[in-house]
Design a protein around this ligand. Structure first.
Ligand SMILES: Cc1cc2nc3c(=O)[nH]c(=O)nc-3n(C[C@H](O)[C@H](O)[C@H](O)COP(=O)(O)O)c2cc1C
Ligand code: SF4
Length: 761
């Protein structure tokens, strides 16, 4: 083929294959285009990581930190400028919140008792049935009791929360009759359930607080398990403890205990205990609360965290070394108590400094209440636990009453005179006093004066108010841990009244009528006066025991320590000594010496012996002061250093005894109560004697009082004297050198743990 044919040949080829050629070129173009597009996509994917799992996210910062060269496809949007930090969001204006109505306590007017019992031998079941019969009453307030065997029920139905009540106004009261076993039984599981429920963090710590209350009665055997320490009623004690916690301390009545070793004793105890329960349940149905302890007498707390403050008769705390101090001394005086020192704030009181009668020149202001309701004095006294009766009287539960209710011992009046503290009411018909003794811890809140310039309440009002106040406070103690049911029941009948609380009882114009009312109800009377009111002392009628405070042996010392308001205080004091001498055959007269180191101990034994020689009291009680720590005491120069050790009190008593002997006065040491730092001297000729009809027998101290004989003498209407109502011999354990603590009571330390008693010889 020549060259001239080439164009026509190419044209021919074009026409034959042009479709394939065009198609191939199109495909090639498409391939190149696609290749370019894929390349771009791959670059973009590298910069936008896929969504990561939370775990993978942790490595995110590493990925982001890798440098990437941006190109036209990969340019990221410019980051937003950061917001200025304005702190937390503020909301202005007031948000109106809907007041949430306070949860209303349901009004309970009927109580459903449930008696739970456990038994191995059947005894406790029988007691449960007996108790149910005692409680059965067709009244609307107490529904018929249910009886449940703890071995038959599901604990979760009753002991994680109270069961569903039959009506909104009905609440449950649990009674648990619990025997004790020193072996493993189902009862051990019950105890474990209570313990675990309390400790279970998912359950409220007081899940049974919805109950109206609970009470436990233990059944045990004293023949083998003689004391609680040895296991007597141990399981009941344990149940009581856990129930107190689970119910938020809703113990309705003290733990009862029945000893199966004596014939029929348990039935009697259970019957009396059930009477107590019944009265509590009726009270609950009437809307009365449960006892939760009394202000001024300690909190209702469990024994492990018992904060029994150890306050003595006058707020004293016993120290390990035998001294006494007041707790208030360790607390800073509050602003309130400082300003409450009314004596310093009050306008001057109209005072007659010379006679017992008001001066004719003084126009007496119209009488008003000594302690008006809601006055600072009233508020301060009630805050300290006093119940103010009428306008000038008061009553208070002392710490010994609480101690005796718990079986932890009575005050020295039990060791010396046979007064059990839980049967004793401490009261005064006059909150006012004519002295300002440096050691009187009540002094800061006391009204003072030398004449009665207030309205006078009638004695029946005073007497009724005292009893009411006392019983009310005793009832409030029933929920205190450790209170013994039988003592609580006994305490509901006052047997003794100590008119000594605060102020000057003899000041009350109707003191003799008040004493007669006490005696009319067979309540014995101990009256303490301050030797500043001779006319009233001379006119005083029968008293079971008549005290005069002897705070110093000479004029200067008395002025310094008693700070009397009467100008003729020493003359008054001596006149009282003479009146006491006259009364020694009609009254049991007692000198009460309060020893204050640095004030009235050193070298005063001879002076005191002279006073004893002048008044010839039947007894001399010597007591170490209890430091009050108030601003008044501190201002008077009193400190803990003025509190004598018990050994110092003992040494003083020995020197006083010797000084008396030198004067031919036969007084001897009859008894002691180391716990109260108190020793008793008595007239040997009158009270150290043989038992009646036992001429050759041993002589013994007879300081106890025969109270029944005292009332017989009074009612007989004939003249009588102290010898006519002398009681049994003074107990051996109260003799000099024996300490004076009744071994039948349990001695505990401030934590409620058993304490070994050390007797100072
Ligand atoms: C095995 C056994 C162990 C006992 N352990 C004690 C005990 O530790 N403390 C206690 O006060 N009484 C103990 N007791 C006395 C019982 O509590 C007492 O007999 C009670 O009435 C038993 O009640 P029940 O018959 O309902 O099971 C025990 C009695 C038994 C049979
Ligand atoms: S006599 Fe009565 S009031 Fe006084 S301390 Fe003893 S129990 Fe308390």
């Amino acid at each position: 083929m020549d060259l001239l044919q080439l164009p026509s040949e190419l044209l021919y080829l074009w026409h034959t294959h042009r479709t394939e050629v065009l198609l191939s070129v199109g495909i090639l173009f498409a391939v190149v285009r696609l290749a370019l597009h894929w390349r771009t996509r791959r670059s973009k994917q590298t910069l936008t990581p896929p969504a990561l799992s939370p775990i993978e996210e942790k490595s995110l910062p590493a990925l982001i930190q890798q440098p990437v060269e941006p190109d036209e496809y990969t340019k990221l949007p410019a980051p937003r400028p950061p917001r200025p930090d304005t702190g937390p969001k503020r909301v202005t204006g007031t948000k109106r919140t809907k007041a949430i109505p306070a949860a209303k306590e349901p009004v309970v007017d009927s109580i459903q008792p449930i008696i739970f019992y456990f038994t191995l031998g059947g005894t406790t079941r029988a007691y449960a049935e007996y108790q149910a019969s005692l409680l059965a009453s067709p009244s609307r307030q107490i529904l018929n009791p249910e009886i449940l065997d703890l071995a038959q029920i599901d604990y979760d139905d009753y002991f994680i929360s109270p069961p569903k009540s039959p009506s909104a106004n009905t609440a449950f009261f649990y009674i648990l009759l619990i025997p004790s076993y020193d072996i493993d039984t189902e009862l051990s599981n019950f105890l474990a359930h209570l313990r675990e429920t309390h400790h279970d963090f998912r359950i409220d710590t007081a899940p049974l607080a919805g109950l109206a209350g609970y009470s436990v009665f233990g059944v045990g055997d004293k023949r083998e398990w003689k004391t609680e320490g040895e296991g007597y009623c141990k399981d009941a004690i344990e149940v009581d403890k856990w129930m107190a916690r689970l119910t938020g301390r809703k113990r309705g009545y003290p733990l009862g205990q029945g000893d199966t070793s004596g014939n029929g004793v348990v039935e009697t105890t259970l019957r009396e205990w059930t009477e107590g329960i019944k009265s509590v349940i009726f009270g609950l149905a009437k809307g009365e609360g449960l006892g939760e302890g009394v202000k001024g007498s300690g909190e209702a707390v469990e024994s492990e965290d018992d904060d029994d403050d150890g306050e003595g008769e006058s707020g004293a705390l016993e120290l390990e070394d035998g001294r006494a101090a007041n707790l208030r001394s360790q607390r800073k005086p509050s602003k309130r108590s400082q300003t409450d020192d009314l004596e310093d704030l009050r306008a001057p009181i109209p005072v007659d400094f010379t006679t017992t009668r008001p001066s004719s020149k003084t126009i007496p202001p119209p009488p008003k209440a000594m302690v008006p309701v809601n006055s600072p004095t009233y508020n301060s006294l009630t805050k300290q636990g006093y119940t103010i009766v009428g306008s000038h009287s008061g009553v208070k539960i002392c710490r010994w009453t609480k101690s005796a209710l718990r079986g932890r011992g009575s005050c020295y009046k039990y060791s010396f005179y046979g007064i059990a503290s839980h049967l004793c009411m401490e009261a005064t018909p006059s909150l006012s006093c004519s002295n300002k003794c440096v050691f009187c811890w009540r002094h800061g809140t006391n009204p003072v004066g030398t004449i009665w310039r207030w309205t006078v309440d009638p004695p029946d009002l005073v007497f009724a108010g005292m009893k009411e106040g006392h019983y009310k406070k005793i009832k409030m103690l029933r929920g205190v841990p450790g209170v013994r049911a039988e003592r609580f029941a006994e305490a509901m009948r006052i047997r003794h009244c100590a008119l000594s609380l605060v102020g000057e009882p003899i000041f009350y114009p109707h003191i003799n009528e008040l004493l007669a009312m006490l005696h009319g109800e067979r309540i014995s009377s101990f009256l303490v006066c301050n030797a500043q009111h001779p006319d009233q002392l001379a006119a005083l009628g029968p008293v079971t025991q008549l005290y005069v405070s002897i705070d110093a042996s000479n004029k200067d010392s008395l002025r310094r320590i008693d700070r009397p308001l009467h100008r003729d205080f020493w003359e008054r004091f001596l006149r009282c000594m003479d009146i006491l001498r006259e009364k020694r055959f009609t009254h049991r007269t007692v000198f009460r010496l309060t020893l204050v180191k640095g004030f009235n101990i050193e070298e005063e034994a001879e002076g005191y012996a002279d006073l004893v020689a002048r008044a010839l009291p039947t007894f001399v009680e010597v007591k170490g002061v209890t430091y009050c720590g108030t601003s008044t005491a501190t201002g008077a120069g009193l400190s803990m250093g003025n509190v004598p050790f018990y050994e110092e009190v003992q040494a003083f008593v020995l020197s006083l005894e010797a000084a008396l002997l030198r004067r031919g006065l036969e007084y001897g040491i009859a008894a002691e109560h180391a716990h109260s730092c108190c020793v008793l001297l008595a007239d040997r000729g009158r009270f150290f004697k043989r038992a009646e009809g036992d001429e050759g027998g041993e002589r013994k101290w007879h300081t106890l009082i025969d109270y029944a004989a005292f009332f017989r003498c009074l009612e007989g209407g004939e003249a009588f004297g102290p010898e006519d109502y002398v009681g049994e011999p003074t107990p051996e354990w109260a003799a000099w050198g024996r300490g004076g603590f009744d071994p039948r009571d349990e001695r505990v330390d401030r934590k409620g743990k058993p304490k070994v008693v050390e007797v100072v010889g």
